[in-house]
Design a protein around this ligand. Structure first.
Ligand code: ADP
Length: 335
Protein backbone atom coordinates (compact mmCIF):
# COMPACT_ATOMS: atom_id res chain seq x y z
CA UNK A 1 0.00 0.00 0.00
CA UNK A 2 1.25 3.41 -1.00
CA UNK A 3 0.35 6.53 0.88
CA UNK A 4 1.22 10.21 0.49
CA UNK A 5 0.80 12.21 3.68
CA UNK A 6 0.66 16.00 3.43
CA UNK A 7 3.26 16.16 0.68
CA UNK A 8 4.65 19.56 -0.31
CA UNK A 9 7.03 20.16 -3.17
CA UNK A 10 8.09 23.52 -4.59
CA UNK A 11 10.53 24.64 -7.22
CA UNK A 12 12.42 27.88 -6.93
CA UNK A 13 13.59 29.51 -10.13
CA UNK A 14 15.18 32.91 -9.44
CA UNK A 15 12.76 34.77 -7.15
CA UNK A 16 9.84 32.72 -8.41
CA UNK A 17 8.53 29.84 -6.27
CA UNK A 18 6.12 27.30 -7.77
CA UNK A 19 4.17 25.12 -5.35
CA UNK A 20 3.95 22.04 -7.57
CA UNK A 21 2.46 19.89 -4.78
CA UNK A 22 0.58 21.73 -2.09
CA UNK A 23 -0.44 19.48 0.79
CA UNK A 24 -1.28 16.29 -1.13
CA UNK A 25 -2.69 13.38 0.88
CA UNK A 26 -3.80 10.22 -0.91
CA UNK A 27 -3.63 6.44 -0.46
CA UNK A 28 -3.60 3.83 -3.23
CA UNK A 29 -4.82 0.24 -3.21
CA UNK A 30 -2.37 -2.54 -4.06
CA UNK A 31 -4.31 -3.37 -7.23
CA UNK A 32 -6.02 -0.57 -9.08
CA UNK A 33 -5.71 1.53 -12.22
CA UNK A 34 -5.65 5.23 -11.30
CA UNK A 35 -5.79 8.08 -13.79
CA UNK A 36 -4.40 11.47 -12.76
CA UNK A 37 -6.11 14.21 -14.73
CA UNK A 38 -5.68 17.95 -14.62
CA UNK A 39 -4.55 21.00 -16.58
CA UNK A 40 -0.95 21.43 -17.63
CA UNK A 41 1.24 22.59 -14.74
CA UNK A 42 -1.14 21.32 -12.06
CA UNK A 43 1.47 18.99 -10.49
CA UNK A 44 0.59 15.59 -12.02
CA UNK A 45 4.08 14.66 -13.20
CA UNK A 46 5.64 16.01 -10.01
CA UNK A 47 3.45 13.65 -7.98
CA UNK A 48 4.36 10.73 -10.25
CA UNK A 49 8.06 11.53 -9.89
CA UNK A 50 7.77 11.81 -6.11
CA UNK A 51 5.96 8.45 -5.94
CA UNK A 52 8.59 6.84 -8.19
CA UNK A 53 11.50 8.19 -6.15
CA UNK A 54 12.71 10.25 -9.11
CA UNK A 55 12.17 13.49 -7.19
CA UNK A 56 12.20 14.23 -3.45
CA UNK A 57 9.37 15.83 -1.51
CA UNK A 58 10.14 18.89 0.65
CA UNK A 59 7.71 18.13 3.48
CA UNK A 60 5.30 15.35 4.47
CA UNK A 61 5.86 11.63 4.06
CA UNK A 62 5.62 8.94 1.42
CA UNK A 63 4.75 5.65 3.12
CA UNK A 64 5.49 2.40 1.26
CA UNK A 65 3.95 -0.75 2.73
CA UNK A 66 3.84 0.87 6.15
CA UNK A 67 7.41 2.18 5.99
CA UNK A 68 8.11 5.91 6.12
CA UNK A 69 10.62 7.14 3.52
CA UNK A 70 11.59 10.20 5.56
CA UNK A 71 14.95 8.68 6.47
CA UNK A 72 15.60 6.91 3.18
CA UNK A 73 19.18 7.14 1.96
CA UNK A 74 20.14 7.26 -1.72
CA UNK A 75 20.74 3.46 -1.76
CA UNK A 76 17.21 2.87 -0.40
CA UNK A 77 15.71 5.03 -3.14
CA UNK A 78 17.80 3.16 -5.75
CA UNK A 79 16.61 -0.21 -4.42
CA UNK A 80 12.99 1.00 -4.37
CA UNK A 81 13.17 2.34 -7.94
CA UNK A 82 14.96 -0.72 -9.32
CA UNK A 83 12.82 -3.38 -7.70
CA UNK A 84 9.40 -2.01 -6.87
CA UNK A 85 8.61 0.53 -9.58
CA UNK A 86 8.31 0.36 -13.37
CA UNK A 87 8.19 3.52 -15.49
CA UNK A 88 6.50 4.13 -18.83
CA UNK A 89 7.02 7.51 -20.51
CA UNK A 90 5.39 9.23 -23.46
CA UNK A 91 8.60 9.16 -25.54
CA UNK A 92 9.45 5.51 -24.72
CA UNK A 93 13.04 6.28 -23.55
CA UNK A 94 14.55 3.32 -25.40
CA UNK A 95 18.25 3.11 -26.15
CA UNK A 96 18.53 3.27 -29.96
CA UNK A 97 21.75 1.28 -30.40
CA UNK A 98 20.55 -1.68 -28.33
CA UNK A 99 18.26 -4.44 -29.61
CA UNK A 100 14.74 -4.73 -28.23
CA UNK A 101 15.66 -7.61 -25.95
CA UNK A 102 18.78 -5.79 -24.72
CA UNK A 103 16.64 -2.74 -23.91
CA UNK A 104 14.32 -4.88 -21.81
CA UNK A 105 17.22 -6.68 -20.12
CA UNK A 106 18.94 -3.39 -19.31
CA UNK A 107 16.41 -2.41 -16.65
CA UNK A 108 17.06 -5.69 -14.84
CA UNK A 109 20.82 -5.22 -15.19
CA UNK A 110 20.49 -2.32 -12.79
CA UNK A 111 18.54 -4.55 -10.40
CA UNK A 112 21.30 -7.15 -10.35
CA UNK A 113 19.20 -9.99 -11.84
CA UNK A 114 21.46 -12.88 -13.06
CA UNK A 115 22.03 -13.11 -16.82
CA UNK A 116 19.98 -16.21 -17.61
CA UNK A 117 17.05 -15.09 -15.48
CA UNK A 118 17.23 -11.64 -17.12
CA UNK A 119 17.00 -13.17 -20.56
CA UNK A 120 14.08 -15.43 -19.67
CA UNK A 121 12.16 -12.63 -17.97
CA UNK A 122 12.76 -10.31 -20.96
CA UNK A 123 11.43 -12.93 -23.41
CA UNK A 124 8.40 -13.52 -21.17
CA UNK A 125 7.66 -9.78 -20.95
CA UNK A 126 8.08 -9.24 -24.69
CA UNK A 127 5.80 -12.22 -25.37
CA UNK A 128 3.21 -10.74 -23.00
CA UNK A 129 3.16 -7.47 -24.98
CA UNK A 130 3.03 -9.33 -28.32
CA UNK A 131 6.55 -8.64 -29.58
CA UNK A 132 8.17 -12.05 -29.43
CA UNK A 133 9.08 -12.02 -33.13
CA UNK A 134 10.79 -8.65 -32.94
CA UNK A 135 13.26 -9.21 -30.11
CA UNK A 136 16.37 -8.75 -32.24
CA UNK A 137 15.23 -5.57 -33.98
CA UNK A 138 16.37 -2.09 -33.00
CA UNK A 139 13.88 0.53 -31.75
CA UNK A 140 14.03 2.50 -35.04
CA UNK A 141 12.76 -0.59 -36.89
CA UNK A 142 9.49 -0.53 -34.92
CA UNK A 143 6.33 1.59 -35.04
CA UNK A 144 5.42 4.01 -32.22
CA UNK A 145 2.94 1.55 -30.72
CA UNK A 146 5.52 -1.26 -30.83
CA UNK A 147 8.13 0.97 -29.17
CA UNK A 148 5.67 1.73 -26.38
CA UNK A 149 5.09 -2.02 -26.01
CA UNK A 150 8.86 -2.48 -25.60
CA UNK A 151 8.80 0.22 -22.91
CA UNK A 152 5.94 -1.60 -21.20
CA UNK A 153 7.82 -4.91 -21.41
CA UNK A 154 10.87 -3.23 -19.89
CA UNK A 155 8.73 -1.79 -17.08
CA UNK A 156 7.02 -5.07 -16.17
CA UNK A 157 9.91 -7.51 -16.80
CA UNK A 158 11.05 -7.44 -13.18
CA UNK A 159 7.48 -7.70 -11.97
CA UNK A 160 7.24 -4.41 -10.03
CA UNK A 161 4.41 -3.70 -7.56
CA UNK A 162 3.81 -0.23 -8.98
CA UNK A 163 3.69 0.88 -12.60
CA UNK A 164 3.92 4.62 -13.23
CA UNK A 165 2.87 5.89 -16.65
CA UNK A 166 3.37 9.47 -17.80
CA UNK A 167 1.15 10.12 -20.84
CA UNK A 168 1.81 6.62 -22.26
CA UNK A 169 -0.40 7.24 -25.30
CA UNK A 170 0.56 10.89 -25.79
CA UNK A 171 2.53 10.20 -28.96
CA UNK A 172 0.23 7.54 -30.43
CA UNK A 173 -2.75 7.60 -32.80
CA UNK A 174 -6.21 6.73 -31.47
CA UNK A 175 -6.24 3.11 -32.60
CA UNK A 176 -2.80 2.35 -31.17
CA UNK A 177 -3.69 4.25 -27.96
CA UNK A 178 -6.66 1.94 -27.44
CA UNK A 179 -4.44 -1.15 -27.86
CA UNK A 180 -1.90 0.21 -25.38
CA UNK A 181 -4.66 1.08 -22.88
CA UNK A 182 -6.07 -2.44 -23.17
CA UNK A 183 -2.63 -3.83 -22.45
CA UNK A 184 -2.04 -1.55 -19.44
CA UNK A 185 -5.50 -2.38 -18.10
CA UNK A 186 -4.68 -6.10 -18.22
CA UNK A 187 -1.49 -5.43 -16.24
CA UNK A 188 -3.44 -3.61 -13.53
CA UNK A 189 -4.99 -6.90 -12.39
CA UNK A 190 -1.80 -7.72 -10.48
CA UNK A 191 -0.45 -4.33 -9.46
CA UNK A 192 -1.04 -0.67 -8.80
CA UNK A 193 -0.93 1.46 -11.95
CA UNK A 194 -0.90 5.24 -11.76
CA UNK A 195 -1.22 7.00 -15.09
CA UNK A 196 -0.95 10.71 -15.82
CA UNK A 197 -3.06 11.60 -18.85
CA UNK A 198 -4.68 14.51 -20.62
CA UNK A 199 -7.31 12.28 -22.10
CA UNK A 200 -10.49 12.06 -19.95
CA UNK A 201 -12.20 9.65 -22.39
CA UNK A 202 -9.41 7.07 -22.07
CA UNK A 203 -9.35 7.59 -18.29
CA UNK A 204 -13.12 7.08 -18.06
CA UNK A 205 -13.10 3.99 -20.22
CA UNK A 206 -10.11 2.09 -18.86
CA UNK A 207 -9.24 3.16 -15.34
CA UNK A 208 -10.93 2.30 -12.05
CA UNK A 209 -10.29 5.60 -10.30
CA UNK A 210 -9.88 9.19 -11.49
CA UNK A 211 -8.03 11.80 -9.43
CA UNK A 212 -8.31 15.43 -10.56
CA UNK A 213 -5.47 17.82 -9.87
CA UNK A 214 -5.40 21.60 -9.92
CA UNK A 215 -2.77 24.04 -8.62
CA UNK A 216 -0.86 21.27 -6.86
CA UNK A 217 -3.91 20.04 -4.95
CA UNK A 218 -6.29 17.12 -5.35
CA UNK A 219 -9.67 18.59 -6.26
CA UNK A 220 -11.62 15.38 -6.79
CA UNK A 221 -11.10 11.67 -6.25
CA UNK A 222 -13.66 9.28 -7.78
CA UNK A 223 -12.82 6.32 -5.47
CA UNK A 224 -10.94 7.49 -2.36
CA UNK A 225 -9.21 4.88 -0.29
CA UNK A 226 -8.85 5.03 3.47
CA UNK A 227 -6.79 2.08 4.72
CA UNK A 228 -8.06 0.84 8.08
CA UNK A 229 -4.58 0.13 9.35
CA UNK A 230 -1.17 0.72 7.90
CA UNK A 231 0.25 -2.67 6.96
CA UNK A 232 3.90 -3.25 7.70
CA UNK A 233 5.29 -5.74 5.22
CA UNK A 234 8.03 -3.59 3.85
CA UNK A 235 10.89 -5.45 2.23
CA UNK A 236 13.52 -3.58 0.28
CA UNK A 237 15.96 -5.66 -1.70
CA UNK A 238 19.19 -3.73 -2.06
CA UNK A 239 20.83 -4.56 -5.34
CA UNK A 240 23.50 -3.20 -7.57
CA UNK A 241 24.92 -3.75 -11.02
CA UNK A 242 28.00 -5.99 -11.03
CA UNK A 243 31.33 -4.46 -12.12
CA UNK A 244 31.52 -6.91 -14.98
CA UNK A 245 28.09 -5.83 -16.26
CA UNK A 246 29.05 -2.17 -15.95
CA UNK A 247 32.26 -2.78 -17.93
CA UNK A 248 30.37 -4.75 -20.61
CA UNK A 249 27.78 -2.00 -20.97
CA UNK A 250 30.45 0.68 -21.27
CA UNK A 251 32.27 -1.38 -23.90
CA UNK A 252 29.05 -1.90 -25.89
CA UNK A 253 28.43 1.82 -25.75
CA UNK A 254 31.96 2.58 -26.97
CA UNK A 255 31.67 0.07 -29.81
CA UNK A 256 28.38 1.49 -31.06
CA UNK A 257 30.02 4.85 -31.70
CA UNK A 258 33.32 3.76 -33.23
CA UNK A 259 33.89 6.96 -35.23
CA UNK A 260 33.38 9.17 -32.23
CA UNK A 261 35.55 6.93 -30.05
CA UNK A 262 38.45 6.94 -32.56
CA UNK A 263 38.25 10.73 -32.94
CA UNK A 264 38.16 11.22 -29.15
CA UNK A 265 41.12 8.85 -28.69
CA UNK A 266 43.05 10.66 -31.46
CA UNK A 267 42.33 14.10 -29.98
CA UNK A 268 43.23 12.91 -26.47
CA UNK A 269 46.56 11.44 -27.64
CA UNK A 270 47.43 14.70 -29.43
CA UNK A 271 46.71 16.52 -26.15
CA UNK A 272 48.81 14.11 -24.07
CA UNK A 273 51.72 14.15 -26.56
CA UNK A 274 51.67 17.99 -26.68
CA UNK A 275 51.84 18.22 -22.89
CA UNK A 276 54.74 15.71 -22.83
CA UNK A 277 56.64 17.68 -25.51
CA UNK A 278 56.18 21.02 -23.68
CA UNK A 279 57.35 19.48 -20.40
CA UNK A 280 60.39 17.88 -22.06
CA UNK A 281 61.41 21.15 -23.77
CA UNK A 282 61.00 23.24 -20.61
CA UNK A 283 62.95 20.67 -18.60
CA UNK A 284 65.75 20.66 -21.19
CA UNK A 285 65.88 24.48 -21.25
CA UNK A 286 66.11 24.64 -17.48
CA UNK A 287 69.02 22.17 -17.45
CA UNK A 288 70.84 24.11 -20.17
CA UNK A 289 70.35 27.41 -18.27
CA UNK A 290 71.72 25.83 -15.06
CA UNK A 291 74.82 24.47 -16.83
CA UNK A 292 75.52 27.80 -18.55
CA UNK A 293 75.10 29.74 -15.30
CA UNK A 294 77.41 27.51 -13.28
CA UNK A 295 80.08 27.66 -16.00
CA UNK A 296 79.84 31.44 -16.26
CA UNK A 297 79.85 32.08 -12.50
CA UNK A 298 82.81 29.73 -11.98
CA UNK A 299 85.03 32.33 -13.69
CA UNK A 300 84.23 35.02 -11.13
CA UNK A 301 85.48 34.24 -7.57
CA UNK A 302 83.26 35.26 -4.72
CA UNK A 303 85.19 36.95 -1.93
CA UNK A 304 83.98 37.04 1.63
CA UNK A 305 85.75 39.45 4.00
CA UNK A 306 85.42 40.03 7.72
CA UNK A 307 85.36 43.78 7.23
CA UNK A 308 82.27 45.55 8.39
CA UNK A 309 80.84 48.01 5.95
CA UNK A 310 79.65 51.36 7.19
CA UNK A 311 76.20 51.95 5.79
CA UNK A 312 75.60 55.08 7.88
CA UNK A 313 78.47 56.99 6.31
CA UNK A 314 80.03 58.42 9.58
CA UNK A 315 83.11 56.18 9.38
CA UNK A 316 82.99 54.86 13.00
CA UNK A 317 83.11 51.17 12.14
CA UNK A 318 85.71 51.41 9.37
CA UNK A 319 88.84 50.95 11.56
CA UNK A 320 87.68 47.80 13.37
CA UNK A 321 87.74 45.48 10.43
CA UNK A 322 90.95 46.82 8.95
CA UNK A 323 93.08 45.32 11.76
CA UNK A 324 91.92 41.73 11.39
CA UNK A 325 91.00 41.56 7.76
CA UNK A 326 90.96 38.09 6.32
CA UNK A 327 89.75 36.99 3.02
CA UNK A 328 88.81 33.81 1.44
CA UNK A 329 88.68 33.25 -2.19
CA UNK A 330 86.25 30.75 -3.37
CA UNK A 331 86.78 29.39 -6.79
CA UNK A 332 84.60 26.54 -7.88
CA UNK A 333 87.13 25.41 -10.50
CA UNK A 334 89.69 24.89 -7.72
CA UNK A 335 87.10 23.19 -5.59
P1 ADP B 1 1.83 18.71 -14.96
O1 ADP B 1 2.43 17.36 -15.02
O2 ADP B 1 0.49 18.73 -14.31
O3 ADP B 1 1.81 19.39 -16.28
P2 ADP B 1 4.20 19.39 -13.46
O4 ADP B 1 4.12 18.50 -12.27
O5 ADP B 1 5.11 19.00 -14.56
O6 ADP B 1 2.73 19.63 -14.02
O7 ADP B 1 4.59 20.84 -12.96
C1 ADP B 1 3.93 21.51 -11.90
C2 ADP B 1 4.54 22.89 -11.77
O8 ADP B 1 5.88 22.78 -11.30
C3 ADP B 1 4.59 23.65 -13.07
O9 ADP B 1 4.29 25.01 -12.82
C4 ADP B 1 6.01 23.50 -13.54
O10 ADP B 1 6.42 24.61 -14.28
C5 ADP B 1 6.75 23.40 -12.22
N1 ADP B 1 7.94 22.55 -12.35
C6 ADP B 1 7.96 21.22 -12.58
N2 ADP B 1 9.22 20.76 -12.60
C7 ADP B 1 10.03 21.82 -12.39
C8 ADP B 1 11.44 21.99 -12.29
N3 ADP B 1 12.27 20.97 -12.42
N4 ADP B 1 11.91 23.23 -12.06
C9 ADP B 1 11.08 24.26 -11.90
N5 ADP B 1 9.73 24.18 -11.97
C10 ADP B 1 9.20 22.98 -12.22
Amino acid sequence: MLKLKHIFKSYKVGDNVTHALDDVTIAFRDQEFVAILGPSGSGKTTMLNVIGGLDRYDKGDLVINGKSTKNFKEVDWDAYRNNSVGFIFQNYNLIPHLSIIANVELGMNLSGVPKKERHNKAIAALTQVGLKEHINKRPNQLSGGQMQRVAIARAIANDPDILLCDEPTGALDTETSVQIMELIKKLSKDRLIIMVTHNPELAEKYTTRIVNFQDGKIRHDSAPFEPEKEDDNFNLKRTKMSYWNAIKLSFTNIMTKKGRTILTAFASSIGIISIAVVLAISNGFQKQINTTMSKALAKYPISITQTATDMTGDGRTQGIGQERQESWLCNSEEG
